[in-house]
Design a protein around this ligand. Structure first.
Ligand SMILES: O=C(O)CCC(=O)C(=O)O
Ligand SMILES: [Mn+2]
Length: 183
């Protein structure tokens, strides 16, 4: 099914994607944060790293920025041309296996501004990405593979939610880089 117009999918956008993955998996300062939901503290089911100018708080967790490796900045320059937007930060996720996931959410923190453009790059193993329209409940799914780019803009965060569900299928690690403008 065709994606809503505010999601633009560009498969195979990254050049030399395996080399980029290998460089970044070692260079990024991964951490596993805790989140507290309804008084219970659990570990976030993936590794993350926030690279930007200022701290970013989401799901009640304050993330201090870490330095961005050169390979990440090189991708950012190409992305800015492709998506006619500028970025000043990147949130990286590492899904170690099928038990790692991100649940339905939208990236609608006030610092991202109204109708933010977020450029999302996938590297490593292919994983399913699901989109749900908030009001109608209509769903879409994409299997994002190594080197794929997904640009989310306009009402993608206000009217839709997205997720990477857990899977029982044996899958290797997957990295996702979401470039954002953080004001
Ligand atoms: O891993 C993905 O494809 C999505 C990650 C995501 O939605 C996020 O970091 O906000
Ligand atoms: Mn997101």
């Amino acid at each position: 099914m065709e994606l809503p117009a505010c999601f633009r999918y560009l498969p195979g956008w990254v050049e030399d994607e395996d080399r980029v993955y290998a460089a970044l998996v070692d260079a990024i300062a991964w951490e596993q944060n805790d989140i507290t939901i309804a008084g219970r503290t659990i570990k976030i089911p993936r590794l993350t790293c926030w690279m930007g100018d200022a701290a970013y708080t989401y799901s009640g967790v304050r993330n201090e920025p870490k330095p961005a490796p050169e390979a990440l900045q090189a991708l950012q320059r190409r992305l800015e041309q492709e998506s006619a937007a500028t970025y000043n930060s990147c949130l990286a996720n590492l899904y170690r296996d099928g038990r790692d996931s991100i649940s339905y959410h939208s990236d609608d923190e006030p610092e991202l501004g109204d109708r933010p453009t977020i450029a999302s790059i996938s590297l490593g193993a292919r994983r399913r990405f699901t989109i749900r329209h908030q009001e109608s409940g209509q769903r879409w799914q994409l299997d994002l593979g190594a080197g794929d780019l997904l640009i989310m803009k306009d009402e993608s965060q206000s009217d839709y939610r997205h997720a990477v569900p857990k899977t029982r299928t044996a899958v290797g690690p997957r990295m996702n880089l979401t470039y954002r403008w953080f004001g």
